[in-house]
Ligand binder design. Structure first.
Ligand code: KIV
Ligand code: NA
Length: 266
């Protein structure tokens, strides 16, 4: 049982085998998603939303990512592990390199993921030149939520579509070994997938990418709010938790009546 490598991922793209990627944030979930066959595990900065209770991914720190990525590493044996570089950790190529080196050294993950288009090309080049495996991420990039003015589909008009094609080509040329396309119109995601040698990994971007990624909580219905429309939940784990805990609470409450308090000798 050896761990998958970037060469295995490239080979899957070549022979047309789809790449199944999911997020995980702790050792238990990493072991479970891996046992179910995922090829790549992303320790996403969606950690901020689904684990840490933040409104956006912006408050997530490098230390947060490192703590959770190290846990995922301890829980997994076979999947290729990718850790998100959080907001503010890749402000220039030198800072990005220093922070990515910390992630690699302190967690043992195989790769990092960086959100952003042309502005991130020199950063991807720098990391790749130092031997770090990089996943790019374009389209809806949640770290840019305030600048983009919300969460919506990308590539709808020709100017936006052409920009995404350019970004995808430039990030591949910079040395990224895969690229996440988030909320890119399915026709454009398909076109970019055919245009590139590296695999595209889609989320909310249709069926024609080389792989798919989802937030594990959205897949299994482990949420308190409704998941994004593109995430079709395959289970209702929130309901299972509430039922099991409700049963435990009732059983505990029914265990006994009043216990007399000890008499205190004053
Ligand atoms: O943080 C995350 O979970 C992600 C995926 C949704 C692509 O970046
Ligand atoms: Na992310």
């Amino acid at each position: 049982l050896r761990r998958l490598t970037t060469r295995d991922i490239a080979a899957m793209r070549r022979r047309g085998e789809a790449i199944a990627m999911l997020t995980a944030y702790d050792a238990t979930m990493a072991a479970l998603v891996e046992a179910a066959g995922v090829d790549m595990i992303l320790v996403g900065d969606s950690l901020g939303n689904v684990v840490l209770g933040h409104e956006t991914t912006l408050p997530v720190t490098l230390d947060d990512m490192i703590r959770h990525a190290a846990a995922v590493k301890r829980g997994s044996q076979r999947a290729l592990l990718v850790c998100d570089m959080p907001f503010g950790s890749v402000t220039d190529p030198d800072t990005a390199l220093r922070n990515a080196v910390r992630v690699i050294k302190e967690t043992g993950v195989e790769a990092v993921k960086i959100e952003g288009g042309l502005a991130m090309v020199p950063t991807v080049q720098r990391l790749v030149a130092h031997g770090i495996a990089v996943v790019a991420h374009i389209g809806l990039t949640p770290q840019h939520v305030h600048q983009m003015g919300g969460y919506y589909m990308h590539g709808k008009d020709e100017a936006s579509a052409e920009r995404l094609r350019q970004e995808a080509r430039a990030l591949e040329a910079a040395g990224a070994f895969a690229i996440v396309l988030e909320c890119v119109t399915p026709a454009l995601a398909s076109e970019i997938t055919h245009m590139l040698t590296i695999p595209t990994i889609g989320i909310g971007s249709g069926k024609d990418c080389a792989g798919q990624v989802l937030v594990i909580n959205d897949l299994i219905g482990l949420n308190t709010a409704p998941p994004p429309s593109f995430a079709r939940p395959r289970a209702d784990v929130a309901a299972i938790i509430k039922a099991a805990v409700g049963e435990y609470v009732s059983e505990t409450k029914a265990l006994r009546g009043p216990i007399p308090l000890p008499r205190r000798a004053d």
